[in-house]
Write a protein that binds this ligand. Sequence first.
Ligand code: NAD
Ligand code: TYD
Length: 339
Amino acid sequence: MNILVTGAAGFIGSNFTYYMLDRHPEDRIVALDALTYAGNLETLKEAFDNENFRFMKGDISDREAVYKLFDEERFDIVVNFAAETHVDRSIEDPALFLKTNVLGTQVLLDAARDHDVKRFHQIGTDEVYGDLPLDRPDLFFKEDMPLKASSPYSASKASADLITLAYHRTYGLPVTVSRCSNNYGPYQFPEKLIPLVIYRAENDETIPVYGTGENVRDWLYVMDHCRAVDMIMRDGRDGEIYNIGGHNERDNLTVVKTILKHLGKPESLITFVTDRKGHDKRYAIDPEKVGRELGWEPETDFDSGIAETIDWYIEHRDWWEHIVSGDYQNYYQKMYEGR
Ligand code: NAD
Ligand code: TYD
């Protein structure tokens, strides 16, 4: 099969590309990525050696470029990872999130429809459900819960899910949507909590924890996520949404302390900073549906996954140092100065 993977130079898209090239040598992967600040071609360097891989630099909201690629390639499956993804950036500049996440998805849907793609899989997020209260550990996100997005990022992702599902209902396009919890693992851009804590701790720099650090996230090892997407895009039912998560809830302070302990760094590096605007309290997925229908379950628990992940960042210091130098420093100043 010929598979388009958008956003393949980012965190999950690159892990998915490697997963597919490794597990499905019979398939061909075409990567489309605009190489925004979050896209890093260095991440894909080993994929370039594989004859089943092609990389194309391009913006998913550029209709002409997208149609040209679809005309050339005749894709069987499209998996759309491309997005603006950082909540804090969406609070600073929502417009780009709507352009890429909503209008870009619509361009891909149009192209998929006009080229008879057999399956369009949209990568969504659990953040579309809003948040759960901290004092109700019995509550979990289910696929049929109302959408209640809090941030411009999650609102743009909710819109993308809705337009994807509308193309199924209206035009009969074969689509699936998955909504996962917070991923962690190799190649995550070091603006997100886990890689940020690792690199700052490695450099003996302060670790900014928003508010009191009590907010809870449900951590999913990226390769477990990739396996779920592979199963859903092949065997999921048209027009269906699947939640992906593995009941690995941790509050942020616990995550930070776990990393510091593993690295042998002192907790005195922790600095509590002003809370994020509209900060969601708790995310927690109920993955019952994807387990029942497709037999997916997570293989990596948080304690072993986080240890492996920390070791990966230690062994791949060059990878994040190349990112942390340069523009990223200016971004860090802008986001954290005076906080
Ligand atoms: P990321 O920010 O690491 O990577 C995004 C990639 O998309 C980058 O390579 C970037 O260059 C590319 N991109 C951005 N705008 C583009 C455009 N207009 N055209 C083409 N490419 C463009 O993100 P990620 O963490 O890998 O997330 C991938 C997907 O998974 C996103 O849709 C995100 O909403 C979703 N998701 C992520 C998480 C998580 O924990 N990381 C959780 C839930 C859902
Ligand atoms: P993040 O990795 O940005 O993912 P998301 O906002 O999509 O959940 O943040 C994870 C959690 O960590 C979130 O509750 C915000 C918090 N956080 C901090 O406390 N400090 C930080 O520097 C960052 C980036 C996040």
